[in-house]
Design a binder for this molecule. Structure first.
Ligand SMILES: [Zn+2]
Length: 364
């Protein structure tokens, strides 16, 4: 993610701190040192940070067991985000990945409670002490009761059935045993959005952060539902079904202005670049538009993208669409046995979706 700083790695997963979170921590510590807020508040935020890391690592640990690649964990002020390649659609696996986070927090809270029992510090526990009762002289009892509180709150909060929060994912996995995946997601997303509205209303009276979280839940629920709907509509379609087979290519020595002319003539926004039959790059209108008009006599090999992301004719369209969106690219050359056999663009996929949608409406 942009604007984030790598802290360290656990299980080979980089843990990154988003700049907004870094600033928040800095501001809080500076305020604490200047005496504007008590130091315990700064310590509590640090505990929260540790707890969120543990929570995300628990998700990632289980996900890795199912072969999911975790790119990184990014910590934002509203919580952590595990950047996973793709969440498994097997309800059982999803359920275990989703529940691992909150369950770990609840377990930690439980161990803190046991430890407090052993050292005879349970008297420090009361509803208010779960949050903020630190005296500046932090001792073990207070540390344990605060760590317990933070873990309990985070664990229970995430278990709310507000999709796409963990509890909502558990709900979807449960529903997916009784109905198809799209309907299960639709139901979970609808419940998630209702929760978000309630949370936003509560936020007006309680805490501004709740409104922010509600907004993320609402948008997340809608986005994930759409993504699932799209991938189910595209099921059974392969790249070979929708790709453009008659590919126009350019050579590396074509000048930028020649390439631009071809683009206007043929109305394609991107071209694979071939050198003696071999695919060596791709040039897009976007690449060209960055070159000032008086410098467009340079060959396109100087500005083309050489590190290519490719598609195979037998790739499912849904997977390719996900890849295109995730990487933010417009088109992929389609290659089979090291030979360029076609090109597929985001527009091609969206057109396919529009046609499928129109067809569905006609049948209704
Ligand atoms: Zn979680």
């Amino acid at each position: 993610m942009k604007f984030s700083l790598k802290l360290f790695s656990v299980f080979g997963i980089p843990i990154e701190l988003h700049i907004s979170f870094l600033l928040l921590i800095l501001v809080i510590y500076v305020a604490a040192f200047l005496g504007y807020i008590p130091l315990y508040l700064a310590l509590l935020i640090t505990l929260l940070f540790v707890t969120v890391v543990i929570h995300e690592l628990a998700h990632s640990y289980v996900a890795q067991k199912y072969g999911v690649t975790i790119d990184r964990i990014v910590l934002l002020p509203i919580g952590g985000v595990s950047a996973m390649e793709e969440i498994p659609k097997d309800p059982n696996q999803e359920l275990k990945i989703a529940i691992a986070g909150p369950l770990t927090n609840i377990l930690i809270a439980f161990f803190c409670f046991i430890a407090l029992l052993i050292i005879g510090g349970t008297s420090a526990l009361s509803i208010s002490s779960l949050f903020i009762t630190y005296t500046p002289t932090a001792d073990l009892t207070l540390f344990l009761s605060n760590f317990l509180g933070v873990n309990l709150v985070l664990g229970v909060f995430n278990l709310l059935p507000a999709f796409p929060m963990d509890g909502g994912r558990v709900l979807r996995a449960y529903l997916a045993r009784k109905m198809n995946y799209v309907d299960a997601t639709k139901t979970a997303a609808t419940i998630g959005k209702q929760f978000a509205i309630l949370m936003a209303i509560a936020g007006i009276f309680l805490n501004f952060f709740l409104i922010l979280i509600a907004l993320f839940i609402y948008m997340g629920a809608e986005q994930e539902y759409r993504a699932i709907l799209v991938s189910s509509m595209l099921e059974g379609f392969y790249i070979k079904d929708i790709m453009t087979k008659d590919v126009h290519t350019l050579t590396p020595d074509t000048t930028v202005s020649e390439a631009l002319y071809t683009m206007f003539q043929q109305k394609h926004m991107g071209y694979p670049v071939k050198d003696q039959g071999n695919l060596v790059g791709i040039i897009t209108f976007h690449d060209i538009s960055k070159i000032p008009e008086d410098e467009r006599n340079i060959p396109i090999k100087d500005i083309m993208t050489k590190k290519l992301i490719l598609a195979n004719p037998n790739d499912p369209v849904a997977d390719t669409f996900e890849k295109i969106n995730r990487k933010g690219i417009g088109r992929l050359p389609v290659v089979e046995n090291n030979k360029l056999v076609g090109i597929v663009s985001k527009t091609d996929i969206i057109k396919t979706l529009e046609m499928l949608d129109a067809k569905n409406k006609l049948q209704r």
